[in-house]
Design a protein around this ligand. Sequence first.
Ligand SMILES: Nc1ncnc2c1ncn2[C@@H]1O[C@H](COP(=O)(O)OP(=O)(O)OP(=O)(O)O)[C@@H](O)[C@H]1O
Length: 886
Amino acid sequence: MEAALKTYFGFSGFRSYQREIIQKVLEGRDCLVVMATGSGKSICYQIPPLVTKKTAVVVSPLLSLMQDQVMSLKQHGVKSEYLGSTQTDISVSGQAEKGAFDVLYMTPEKAVSLPSRFWSNLQAAGICLLAVDEAHCISEWGHDFRTEYKQLHMLRDLLVGVPFVALTATATQRVRGDIATSLTLRNPHIVVGSFDRPNLFYGVKSCNRSMAFINELVKDVSKNCTVGGSTIIYCTTIRETEQVHEALVAAGIKSSIYHGRMGNKAREESHRSFVRDEVLVMVATIAFGMGIDKPDVRCVIHYGCPKSLESYYQESGRCGRDGLPSVCWLYYQRSDFMKSDFYCAEAKSQTHRKAIMESFMAAQKYCLLATCHRKFLLQYFGEDRTTDCGNCENCTRTKNERDLSKESFLLLSCIKSCGGRWGLNLPIDVLRGSRVKKIVENNFDKLPLHGRGKDYPPNWWKALGGLLLAHDYLKETVHDTFRSISVSPNGYKLLSTADKGDGASLFLQLTAEMIELEGHGGSQCKEEGLNPLGPSESEKISEDELKIYQVLLNVRMQLAQDIGTAPYAICGDQTLRNFAKFRPSTIARLANIDGVNQHFISHYGSIFIQNITQLAKELNLPVDDLSAVESIPAAPKPTQNNLPRSLGGAKFCSWELWQKMKFSFQKVAHYRRAVPIKEKTVISYILDAARDGCEMDWSRFCEEVGLTHEIASQIRLAITKLGSHEKLKPIKDELPENVTYEMIQTFLAIEGLGLSDQVFGTVPTDGIQSKTSEAPKTTSNGSEVGADVCDASPLTKRGQTDGSLICGDEPASKLQKIDGQGVNSTAATGATEDAILELVEGRNGVSLEDVVKHFNGSKRECVVEMLDNLEGNFLVYKKNGCYMIM
Ligand SMILES: Nc1ncnc2c1ncn2[C@@H]1O[C@H](COP(=O)(O)OP(=O)(O)OP(=O)(O)O)[C@@H](O)[C@H]1O
């Protein structure tokens, strides 16, 4: 599992619960996973197919989300596709049912409409799980109820024995129950993680939504953009979306717009330009809700109170998914709270309507809070959080607590005197001395309290009402869409102290709105801009490092444009920051950095190393900061993914030992056999696997077979001369004696796969040639060979994992790689990569000193180089200063 995690995703360790969930799924157990937004739920269904080589089917509600995930997975070397209305490739479905994909996404509509034949075929090919992402959509109590989700249980009968995994970030106890029942989960393993997103700062402000406010907001967003990272601004109406977008464009900020009245194509284009960093800001309605998986969104702004606290959590959860500090701001205006009818209009049942009302009220409460926002959010989701977070607007702004007992007694008494049948507005109007019809008709203008609250504006009283609700002195009752406020038992207790004349003091924290209304507030947007905290200590990098980081951002952007993907799909911002900070100069050092996967190493490794070393030189900075390398956890051994499922056992096994375990032909031939098979049989097995589509390290293969660039040219010439390559013997007879059948077979296999140019042409030729054309310095002066090894390209290095080097035209087996000793001494004390691997494998963590001591006949630098090579090739990794086997 760890190997797949590092190889495909570049991560060196699982986050909380991931391992446990994957383990359960592999055991065939149903799971119900409730974990925070951005906590890494996807890995839970993405790793099992890579381990089992069977397809994982993922039901997901949004096409845009699926498309992003497919794009990202492809960049990680994971075979992935989606089925849904926007899929234009008609062959995908056919390939999918043959099990061609590791991860197959589909909409719920698609999942329930596919013929049963599709499912039986896929099951025959191999299916390791069915994941239902955003599973809260199943429940009417969830904030995004989707009727099609209710039909997913139909798949249960079609997929006998397949574990179902339901995943969501937002599910109260009631929603969890609905999910388990609706999907008929069987004895599910339930994981409920913390909802906390510690890297997110939560801020709330009241605003008036004037053009002046929008302009101020634009200024703040613009400041934020210069710091880097993307911003999403969620608006509650299409008109506001357009207004804010226009203001951003007028200010010269690259931004996109996204709302439900735009056509599919325009929306897709908008989405695409945002994920590819062509624009920095996305202004959207909640139509953009769950559909964004971009890890480097640094700021999410809600311009208006969201329709529910669940959707707020979900939408603000798009922020800082890579774990870096990020900010979430919510700007509300009191008129937002009048929208309950509008939201309830979409109710599909009475229960649904009640659920909509309840969660809308929770969102309001969140807006009006004077205490810790995070605590409130977490408590809403049932998490017992007693301490304030210190990382939200209310925790960080200067405390403004005051004895509000007098005002509170007034408001509570007025609400009580009005009979507790109204909302907050009427009693407040009474306090402020209004004589509107409703007040006069009910004789409330005769109350002694009438007109006693003129010192404060209505919104101040409303804010106080919000505080008293939050502190449980008032209670709110919902009747359909109408809400009434009455005094709670706690409130009566408080009032009774006033009646007795010994009125208790009531110290409450004033909300930002109250302070502003009292005339002490500053501008509506924060003076510090949107980011009140700045980078944390560990986040800080020097000015020079920042320069490198910015160049690397451009390199990544260019690469992404060239291959038509999103920059984040290549690697994350944090990974680039670590490159800038630690400046790895070798593939091994690069591979050691978190977030670097095998696909990255093989496709972009050398480009980044080139840039990093060049920039470090220009800026006079050292490379390979050793303390950093120690501190960054590292890498597991690669797992092969594209396994043809038709390949016979012996062939597959030989290929797996050679390619995955990096065994030599000889070692494969002897592996667990009383009577070893012939090496030439091993070679032909592996070549068959390659023809069958298995991934191959051709550079290493050629080295081991002894097929050099020169020999390849000779073979090509011989074939041209003969005009045929049907029979091997005539070709062999045309060639010098040292050219073996195995070399010819290898050459023909490479030709047959159309890889000649790649293997013998540009890039790999360098790798092979550099080894073949240089004088063999191996036998007498190993340290020089060591130096060659260090400088070799990744392709060349991979060829050395069994300890062999090709020198000249000599077959590899004759030139066992040594490092300072003669061939004869190698077995005793000389280090080879193979021997080091064996040593590491046999122990649970071995330090560099131990390895050096063990190979006491070898030079320390050579051992270090070999270990570096092994790290770069994802065969060993370093943890707490010890080398471990992947
Ligand atoms: N073990 C890990 N180590 C480091 N990063 C990880 C790990 N697992 C996941 N991540 C990263 O965390 C981020 C969020 O992961 P993911 O998209 O799976 O979140 P999620 O739980 O599905 O969130 P949401 O509910 O919001 O969709 C991604 O950028 C992912 O690459």
